[in-house]
Design a protein around this ligand. Structure first.
Ligand SMILES: Nc1ncnc2c1ncn2[C@@H]1O[C@H](COP(=O)(O)OP(=O)(O)OP(=O)(O)O)[C@@H](O)[C@H]1O
Length: 239
């Protein structure tokens, strides 16, 4: 299997201007993800898990290290040095990010939100419409909500829509930042089903989940974070 993502010596500091000091959120982190793998990150609250995903996605710029990603279109690219245009391209076509929070454009319906995500991948309009309805139904989003604005949705409805929008794009690399945090059991199982389906289709995933049992049954490899560095890792695929 080819390496899809290789992180070397990743260090991220934050300036706390009001306190006149810097904090080190992550230090010297190395991660390797092969194509089709599902890798999990565990660790206490504040240990730096989300920061890693946000550095990969380009939300945070880093002070030290490299994040090599093997893009289908752009070739081997260091995401830490990618231009805004390159990052935007990759977010649209190759790298997905799901968190427990839904950021939406105002006055965009649930249906438009999901359909737009599919159209960005180059599918035609009729197919996009069909896929949209399929995924909204899969996540049991009430039909009456499909043409409503998500700003009025409940927390769980927003979450299910958020996951639907990211998963329907079938990105090559999917970053999952506790997407199931406040979902009920049935909704979590729906997410699990889709994750398993994406795994079969070859999507590579790096995920943080609070529910360790949920994650352990899915992932090939797990890294445990402590105070910004990996304390140990477990490989579930080696006998
Ligand atoms: N934008 C920011 N500005 C300043 N400090 C930040 C910022 N983002 C994260 N931090 C700090 O970096 C550290 C790691 O945060 P991070 O969110 O990565 O932890 P986490 O392991 O994902 O936590 P949790 O499980 O609670 O979500 C924390 O001390 C946090 O306060």
């Amino acid at each position: 299997m080819e390496t899809l993502l290789e992180i070397r010596d990743l260090t991220k500091m934050f300036d706390l201007h009001h306190l006149g000091k810097q904090i080190r959120a992550i230090s010297h982190v190395d991660i390797q993800l092969k194509e089709g793998e599902f890798v999990g990150i565990t660790g206490k609250s504040g240990s730096g898990k989300s920061t890693i995903l946000k550095c990969i996605y380009g939300t945070y710029r880093i002070q030290q290290g490299s994040i090599w990603y093997h893009s289908k279109t752009l070739g081997r690219i260091n995401l830490a040095e990618a231009t805004d245009r390159e990052l935007l391209y990759l977010r649209k076509h190759e790298i997905g990010y799901v968190s427990q929070f839904l950021n939406v454009m105002p006055r965009t319906t649930a249906r438009q939100l999901v359909k737009q995500a599919i159209l960005e991948m180059g599918d035609d309009c009729e197919l996009a419409e069909k896929e949209t309805e399929k995924i909204l139904a899969h996540f049991e989003l009430d039909r009456e909500l499909w043409d409503s604005y998500p700003t009025t949705f409940s927390g769980g409805e927003k979450l299910r829509l958020n996951i639907a929008r990211a998963m329907v794009k079938k990105p090559r690399l999917l970053l999952l930042d506790e997407p199931t945090a406040s979902l009920d059991y049935d909704s979590k199982m729906k997410v699990k089903e889709l994750i398993e389906q994406l795994m079969k289709e070859g999507t590579t995933m790096l995920g943080i989940f609070h529910d360790l049992e949920f994650m352990n049954h899915l992932c090939d490899h797990e890294y445990n974070m402590q105070n910004g560095s990996f304390s140990h890792s477990t490989n579930f695929t080696t006998p």
